[in-house]
Write a protein that binds this ligand. Structure first.
Ligand SMILES: Cc1cc2nc3c(=O)[nH]c(=O)nc-3n(C[C@H](O)[C@H](O)[C@H](O)COP(=O)(O)O)c2cc1C
Length: 387
């Protein structure tokens, strides 16, 4: 049973789930609490997907359509979740995906999220659009394994400088997000005219304060206006080759949904792929990440490290992604809910809940270690339709 204090709202004990005393046993508990903590426009920014949010729901639903096929009588007295990803030893195969503007969730922002990832033996990916700078996060979480997520700016020298800063600050990989030449239309952000509150700034760019992330245009949010003025929509695979040459750090492309792009990632020298639909925030009606995973693994799984994010909220989601060939998964919104609840401690508790759930799943499925998880331990629901 877990218990933790939610310093921004109230103190809680773990005895029962009531209004005042709440036990946090799953990601939804943190999410529910976060809904009561966050301001409406920040909450909408975090939770929303693109369009009518078909894919947002599908990211969860698709996991449910996969059934577990547990094996029994296999001695699961000891469970070992350790793994090695691109030369980094991790306690378990889950990390924190890049999400923009984490100080909207909690004043400790990215630093708290990164420290929590470190104490859980995970990887933290810092967004380009962060409210703490690369250097501030490096100082706040020196012992965390950190990757830097890159958006390519029209001003290519700005991009190059960011890569150099990430190298210098001991980040261990560059995660190039390829699915955001422009930002998707998130309806509530447009309705709310979402923009960065005046006390926050995009910390990786001197001089870009809230003013720079505001829209005077009725039809778009402040963040979309900023992105279309700054990001380079002419980006192609040739630029990936440029980036691979530019840095000694491994390049991971994030946002791959097809075997065709997976093959290009291999051709252009990437070390890894994150199969992702950007938390369903870009194009609505694309497949769920877990649906796209098998074709990517089949195409390049022996050559590149294939990872996944999108809709991961419980232990059996992690198991299913690994069974289908991912080496690791990431959570985006879930970490934001933990952060909103109680800063670093909230994220640590959330990761503890998830880790415990994953260990239980492994044991109940008959696996001692990650290499025991095999494709035949999951089946799509359609396999049972003939019964
Ligand atoms: C509020 C929010 C902000 C995000 N910001 C970024 C970003 O700056 N860069 C990026 O590559 N992905 C960004 N993403 C996408 C996440 O990295 C990740 O792909 C997604 O959240 C995974 O889905 P999940 O939220 O269901 O776990 C963002 C997602 C959310 C929800």
């Amino acid at each position: 049973m877990l218990e933790f204090s939610c310093s921004r709202v109230c103190k809680e004990k773990a005895s029962s789930v009531t209004e005042d005393k709440m036990v946090f046993v799953c990601v939804e508990d943190f999410e529910k609490k976060a809904y009561g903590v966050l301001e409406k426009s920040a909450l909408d920014y975090y939770r929303s997907g693109a369009g009518e949010q078909f894919t947002l729901n599908l990211n969860r639903e698709a996991f449910r359509r996969i059934r577990m096929r547990p094996r029994f009588l296999r001695d699961v007295s000891k469970i070992d979740t350790r793994c090695n990803i691109l030369g980094i030893d991790l306690k378990w195969p889950l990390g924190i995906a890049p999400t923009a503007m984490q100080k909207l969730a909690h004043p400790e922002g990215e630093g708290a999220n990164a420290r929590a990832a470190g104490s859980a033996g995970s990887i933290y990916i810092l967004s380009t659009l962060s409210t703490m700078s690369i250097e501030e996060v490096a100082t706040a979480a020196p012992n965390t394994n950190k990757w830097f997520q890159l958006y390519v700016y029209k001003d290519r020298s700005l991009t190059e400088k960011m890569v150099r800063r990430a190298e210098k600050a001991n980040f261990k990989a560059i995660v190039l997000t390829i699915d955001a030449p422009i930002f998707g239309q998130r309806r509530s952000d447009v309705r709310n005219k979402f923009s960065l509150p005046p006390h926050l700034r995009l910390a990786n760019f001197q001089g870009i304060k809230a003013d720079g992330v505001r829209s005077d245009n009725e039809a778009t949010s402040g963040i979309n206006a900023y992105v279309s003025s700054q990001f380079d929509p002419t980006l192609t695979w040739k630029d990936v080759a440029w980036l691979v040459k530019l840095t000694r750090l491994p390049i991971i492309v994030k946002g791959v949904l097809t075997r065709e792009d997976a093959v290009l990632a291999r051709e252009f020298g990437c070390a890894g792929i994150i199969v992702s639909n950007h938390g369903a925030r870009q194009i609505d009606t694309v497949p769920a990440a877990i649906e796209a995973l098998p074709e990517v693994v089949k195409a390049v799984g022996n050559d590149l490290v294939v990872m996944l994010d999108g809709g991961v909220t419980q232990g059996n989601d992690i198991f299913k992604a690994l069974a289908l060939g991912a080496k690791m998964v990431f959570i985006g919104r879930a970490a934001l809910w933990g952060l909103a609840c109680d800063g670093q401690r909230g994220v640590e508790e959330l990761l503890r809940v998830l880790r415990k759930d994953f260990e239980i799943t492994l044991a109940l499925a008959g696996c001692q270690k990650l290499s025991d998880i095999t494709l035949d331990m999951v089946a799509h629901e359609s396999a049972y339709a003939r019964l």
